[in-house]
Design a protein around this ligand. Structure first.
Ligand code: NIG
Length: 386
């Protein structure tokens, strides 16, 4: 296996407490793994070397929250929102109709093109969800298509009660037959706990059913108002509760005292004209946060993690280090991929060789030069993508 030395790195962000963020660094990749990280002068011999010419190197983005198995377009809804209409969960039904009408090939092609778009911008590990099928056959095919492309797949049959369905019968279906057929394809189960979607009691029941089938749990919570999502996520030991835009002090304290990651979605807050999630309060209280794109055709139609990082710094009061950590190691923690052989979101020996090279001398440029496409090179599983 060829060993590749990356040398003349301007600034290396490792996310490893022992290796830190350092200048004068080099690293070696072999196969799918990072095999050596250290001072340039101490670099071992390698088969080939790539000169970074003073550029910054960081772990590839870990986008732990997207909804990319979909068809159709919601430009009209976006325009109405920009003209003053509020974002409502009900918009999901428009995408459900288009998704059900699309062929497997069209769904796979649309998913692939969005994942490629994300990869060109430095995303090397990506989660995506079902949730625009909302019947047994369509949820199953969305999951089946997703596993071919995404690193992690989440079952979100509990995204919305489809128009015309009885809510309690639909919850029975999501906990029963639908779960049974989707289960072989997915590692995670999720519920959209919000007014207009699923209430606290329904969420509790759904989480118990999915955990009972061995799924790890995630929750969409506290997106459009305060609600029980965060507390339920913590009580059920969910890996992550996502959105967290409206939090009470008790919610912040519960997250700080738990292993549940608060996954913040700054592009979604902006696109739905909600206030920025309270990232600073969460970090100051001791909670773990992740940043993710929430790429979907309704509330956040971007695959750009760099945009999320810049927004988190400029709008949410995070430092660049905190935001970059949250968009890499934080996402890995939210997906429980942060430890062991092949860990993502970190650069250390044994980690997956997922690297993002900026055409800039430091990660600070991500926020200092917002909106500028800074990705210069990307390695995923040790293979150079661009
Ligand atoms: O995370 N909140 C629920 N689901 C998505 C929105 C999906 C849509 O509007 O199509 C979200 O924002």
């Amino acid at each position: 296996m060829t060993a590749t030395l990356l040398t003349e790195i301007g600034e290396l962000t490792t996310n490893d407490p022992e290796l830190g963020r350092r200048g004068d660094a080099a690293l070696v990749l072999q196969g799918e793994r990072v095999v050596w990280v250290g001072e340039r002068a101490a670099a071992p011999p390698a088969d080939e070397s790539v000169n970074m010419a003073g550029r910054a190197v960081l772990p590839g983005w870990v986008d732990s929250h997207t909804h990319l198995v979909f068809a159709g377009d919601r430009t009209a809804e976006f325009e109405a929102r920009m003209a003053g209409e509020p974002y409502r969960a009900g918009g999901i039904a428009v995408t459900v109709e288009a998704t059900r009408a699309a062929s497997d090939e069209a769904l796979a092609q649309n998913l692939r093109s969005h994942v490629d778009e994300a990869a060109r911008q430095g995303t090397t590990c990506l989660e995506t969800k079902t949730g625009y099928g909302l019947d047994v056959a369509n949820e199953e095919r969305c999951a089946r298509i997703a596993v071919e492309v995404a690193d992690e797949v989440t079952y979100l049959g509990a995204h919305l009660v489809p128009p015309g369905s009885d809510p309690e019968s639909y919850v029975d279906l999501v906990c029963g037959k639908m779960l049974e057929v989707v289960r072989p394809h997915v590692r995670w189960g999720d519920v959209f706990c919000e007014e207009g979607a699923f209430d606290g009691e329904q969420t509790d029941r759904l989480l118990r059913a999915m955990a009972g089938q061995g799924l790890g749990l995630r929750v969409h919570g506290n997106q459009l108002g305060a609600g029980p999502g965060v507390q339920l996520a913590v009580r059920h030991g969910a890996a992550s509760v996502d959105h967290c835009t409206y939090l009470t002090e008790a919610d912040v304290a519960a997250l700080a005292g738990s292993d549940t990651v608060a996954t913040l979605l700054p592009a979604c807050d902006l696109s739905t004209r909600q206030p920025p999630a309270p990232a600073r309060r969460l970090l100051d209280a001791g909670a773990t946060i992740a940043l993710a794109s929430n790429a979907n055709p309704g509330s956040s139609y971007t695959t750009s993690m760099a945009f999320c990082v810049a927004t988190a710094v400029l709008q949410m009061g995070l430092s660049v280090d905190e935001a970059v950590w949250a968009a890499t190691a934080g996402g890995a923690r939210a997906l429980r991929r942060d430890t062991g052989d092949g860990a993502v979101g970190v650069i250390r020996p044994g980690a997956r060789a997922d690297l993002h090279v900026l055409d800039a001398p430091s990660a600070t440029h991500l926020a200092y030069r917002p909106g500028v496409p800074l990705t210069w090179a990307v390695w995923r599983r040790g293979l150079r993508q661009r």
